[in-house]
Design a protein around this ligand. Structure first.
Ligand code: FES
Length: 83
């Protein structure tokens, strides 16, 4: 559905991942290069690890997995959960 004054474009922010934007879109990168997508919804990389930047290629998931395995859960610590 195209955006309009009555129906603004919707962008969903994924805290640990991409911006999900209703397409079609044009994205101008830091070098001034314009990237076009005519998909119904596009995922724009915010972690800058994508090999297809500015589009998300799910590389952010590998970073999350590494961080999750390196961060001890409260129940893993001596004494259990924090009070
Ligand atoms: S946000 Fe998905 S690869 Fe960067």
């Amino acid at each position: 559905m195209p955006n309009s004054a009555e129906r603004p474009r919707r962008i969903r922010v994924d805290r640990e991942g991409p911006l999900l934007v209703e397409g079609p879109v044009e994205v101008t990168d830091g070098d001034g290069v314009v990237h076009e997508s005519h998909r119904f919804q596009v995922a724009i990389c915010t972690c800058r690890r994508s090999r297809t930047f500015p589009w998300c290629d799910t590389s952010h998931r590998r970073r999350q997995t590494a961080q999750e395995s390196a961060t001890p859960r409260p129940s893993d610590r001596e004494g259990g959960e924090e009070t």
